[in-house]
Ligand binder design. Structure first.
Ligand SMILES: NC(=O)c1ccc[n+]([C@@H]2O[C@H](COP(=O)([O-])OP(=O)(O)OC[C@H]3O[C@@H](n4cnc5c(N)ncnc54)[C@H](O)[C@@H]3O)[C@@H](O)[C@H]2O)c1
Ligand SMILES: CC(C)[C@H](C(=O)O)[C@@H](O)C(=O)O
Ligand SMILES: [Mg+2]
Length: 364
């Protein structure tokens, strides 16, 4: 017998706002999750935990043990951002907010960072890239997140005049992220671009060998290899050429900030970090201290991260689609935060962070 009854789900979400605008945008992301729970009849419970600068100030550690424990116990984590100018301008700081983020990724085994580049049609005309080049662009980045130069050995000579960071990859690390990217390509336009620097770097030659070795297992997927410098150029010249992209930690970090301009702003790009345990969902942007406390940050990256959380960690497709539809609807109505506004945006449509949140909740 079939039933149309909506199945209620009970889920526990840990909210980790972090620093700067992290707290401002995550507040909206959380409101959206709660509104979805009420609308669809789910029961979400929430807890909060510290990370980054606020955690260092309160406990001395960028990732307190209590935060990590709460992350492991949660069904999903909604994350804000870390970072503070105090450390950005002090290269010799012993503890840094970013260490908390990196430690979290490593401890939770979050080796796959999915960064979808979704261009909402309404933002097409306000982009600095020509509409005919942009229209139809839809990219899914798989950024490897627990290896590479981020986690290789670091050295500094005694006289402090020489420094090194080891760029290192193990075969299994490349294999598991590349497989995820192949699987995703199968569900999309069946194109995979692998980005490396195999003309120079040994770790990239390993990367390319692994992709080549796996390619025969996915005969339905068309594989393209690009060097990072050329990929960075192609992304702006011809974004429609890209479907699924798989790349290392550092190249993926840089390419996706660049790709944010295809979606319109850093404030539009969400991400999902998944792997061995609790999934973490966060905007790709940072703590943005240039706009912190001004109430102007775009909360949509956090809202779209909440949609990824619903979809990937909870398997709630309809709920995730409802969130994306609400974002589409507020943009269609002409509402803009400052980062996605243009000269034609009327003053009454220019919204701050919480007003954008309210407009969105009204649509939900
Ligand atoms: N995942 C993270 O937590 C993360 C990511 C990137 C940077 N950081 C940290 O954040 C701090 C600031 O770094 P940064 O300035 O290089 O990058 P950033 O992403 O914080 O900001 C870059 C630019 O984009 C704008 N911007 C970012 N998010 C926005 C939003 N939601 N709405 C409107 N405008 C937005 C900012 O105002 C700024 O001009 C640093 O300490 C850095 O280490 C953390
Ligand atoms: C803050 C920093 C460590 C981080 C990274 O480089 O991974 C950030 O830029 C990101 O993209 O999440
Ligand atoms: Mg980054």
């Amino acid at each position: 017998m079939t039933t149309n009854a909506i199945s209620l789900m009970k889920k526990h979400i840990l909210v980790v706002p972090g620093d700067g605008i992290g707290a401002e945008v995550t507040a909206v992301g959380k409101q959206v999750l709660e509104t979805i729970a009420q609308k669809f009849g789910h029961e979400f419970t929430y807890d909060e935990a510290l990370i980054g600068h606020v955690a260092i100030e309160a406990t001395g550690a960028a990732l307190p043990a209590e935060t990590l424990e709460k992350m492991r116990a949660a069904d999903a984590v909604l994350f804000g951002a870390v970072g503070h100018p105090k450390y950005d301008n002090d290269p010799s700081a012993k503890v840094r907010p970013e260490q908390g983020l990196l430690q979290m990724r490593k401890e939770l085994g979050l080796y796959a960072n999915l960064r979808p580049i979704k261009l909402f049609d309404e933002l097409l005309s306000s982009s600095s890239i020509k509409p005919e080049i942009l229209q139809g662009a839809d990219i899914l980045f798989f950024r490897e997140l627990t290896g590479d130069v981020y986690f290789g050995e670091k050295t500094r000579s005694e006289d402090r005049s020489t420094a090194s960071d080891l760029m290192i990859y193990h075969k299994y690390e490349v294999e598991r992220i590349v497989r995820k990217a192949f699987e995703a390509a199968r569900t999309r336009r069946k194109k995979l671009m692998s980005v490396d620097k195999a003309n120079v770097l040994e770790s990239s030659r390993l990367w390319r060998e692994v992709v080549q070795a796996l390619t025969p297992e996915y005969p339905d997927v068309e594989v393209e290899h690009q060097f990072i410098d050329a990929a960075a150029m192609l992304l702006i010249k011809d974004p429609k050429r890209f479907d699924v992209v798989v790349t290392g930690n550092l190249f993926g970090d840089i390419l996706t900030d660049e790709a944010s301009q295809i979606a319109g702003s850093m404030g539009m790009l969400a991400s999902a970090s998944v792997g061995d345990s609790t999934g973490v969902y966060e905007p790709i942007h940072g703590s943005a201290h240039d706009i912190t406390g001004k109430g102007v940050a775009n909360p949509l990256a956090s809202v779209l991260s909440a949609a990824l959380l619903l979809d990937i960690s909870f398997g709630m497709k309809a709920e995730a689609e409802a969130v994306i539809a609400a974002v589409d609807a507020v943009l269609k109505e002409g509402y803009r935060t400052r980062d996605i506004a243009d000269a034609d945006t009327p003053a009454d449509k220019l919204l701050g962070t919480s007003a954008m949140g309210e407009a969105l909740l009204a649509k939900l």
